[in-house]
Design a protein around this ligand. Structure first.
Ligand SMILES: [Zn+2]
Length: 359
């Protein structure tokens, strides 16, 4: 494949532009294709568990996000003057979000839909220091009326970033639709829409970082009810569900727990946490969402969401009591894409270092 789509292709007049970039970049694209096919076949034959993986598709011409990856072979370098040297591109000025903890093994340059460029390094680092042990443990019920309700009674209001920005987005979208296809003004309008969306996403991520960091810092163990986000996303509530961004939030809780030596677990999504009395354990039957307060036969009066969070905590502690010892030295974790915060107060500086692997 490499010979055919790289070496020989470069010799043809139609593909001569492939020679304008480092060959390593082309090889990396081929390597990604290989991984995609391998994942697809592993999924088809059942060797790969979890969600079905689709075969790779051609990159869409309309896709505004572009990336190139340089490995060590490409001889990229971080220069003493803080510039990033890339083969066939040159020395780039970088706004560093923080110092690299070690020599990077690769760098990915990402251009997002709004035209912003990011340099994302892969670095091997030592595990971060665990935080001092906290006394409390917490169960979290994620919902739509409140973003999160904690078993200690804290209610975190849902920030409706997308809804708030909806009017502005609608206006920009309308302006875009009026532009002539293929025109320069249309291109500009596309960037404006992308920028408005990116702003919403950035604000949401920042907010989620602050909340997840605070929860992990204050609690030794965190249990969350695992919601069926894909299922809910197809319902009438879809917009609110996607606006809330639970998946991203629980993902943050998980890797921050791994990183700082905390326990994190998801509770079976079919556990009837909103039907069970957290005082006596009686299962009181399903309750419509309109029921915010209810009284159990044992006499305890419950706030629907706080009661659910208490049950999540109890279920998590029960699940976990057997293998608590196994959590002392958690396995190494790969930092998820776009999240590379190592210090609790550095949640806002995720701009240019996006991907870091921790050993
Ligand atoms: Zn009861």
């Amino acid at each position: 494949m490499s010979k055919r789509v790289i070496t020989r292709a470069k010799a043809t007049p139609e593909r001569v532009w492939l020679g304008e970039v480092s060959a390593v970049v082309l090889q990396q694209a081929l390597a990604d294709l290989n991984t995609a096919y391998r994942n697809f076949f592993a999924s088809v034959t059942g060797k790969r568990k979890g969600r079905k993986v689709a075969p790779p598709r051609f990159r869409s011409r309309k896709d505004n996000r572009q990336t190139v990856r340089f490995t060590r072979n490409a001889r990229f370098a971080v220069l003493g003057n803080g510039r990033l040297r890339l083969p066939k591109i040159g020395d780039l000025a970088v706004r560093w979000s923080r110092e690299l903890p070690a020599e990077p093994s690769s760098v990915t340059i990402v251009k997002d839909a709004t035209g912003r460029y990011y340099a994302s390094f892969v670095v091997t680092t030592k595990r971060d220091e665990s935080l001092p042990t906290a006394e409390s443990e917490v169960g979290i019920d994620l919902g739509l009326t409140h973003f999160a309700v904690l078993s200690d009674g804290t209610k975190v209001a849902a920030p409706k970033f997308l809804r708030q920005a909806a009017r502005r987005l609608a206006r920009l979208q309308k302006s875009l639709s009026r532009k002539v296809k293929g025109s320069n003004n249309r291109k500009k309008a596309v960037v404006k829409v992308a920028r408005a969306h990116a702003k919403v996403a950035d604000t949401r991520r920042d907010w989620q970082h602050k909340l997840s960091t605070a929860i992990i810092r204050d609690n030794q163990a965190v249990y969350v009810e695992d919601l069926c986000v894909t299922g809910l996303g197809r319902t009438r509530l879809a917009k609110s569900v996607h606006d809330a961004g639970w998946a991203g939030f629980t993902g943050m809780l998980q890797y921050k727990a791994d990183r700082y030596g905390r326990v994190f677990a998801r509770i079976d999504r079919f556990a009837p946490t909103s039907q069970t009395c957290s005082e006596c354990g009686r299962i009181d039957g399903p309750k419509p969402l309109s029921v915010r307060l209810w009284t159990c036969l044992c006499g305890a009066t419950h706030d629907r969401d706080i009661n659910a969070a208490k049950n999540v905590l109890a279920a998590g502690q029960a699940d976990n009591s057997n293998d608590r010892g196994a959590q002392v030295r958690p396995a190494s974790v790969l930092a998820p894409r776009r999240e590379a915060v190592t210090h609790p107060d550095a949640a806002r500086s995720t701009r240019s270092v996006e991907r870091v692997s921790a050993l």
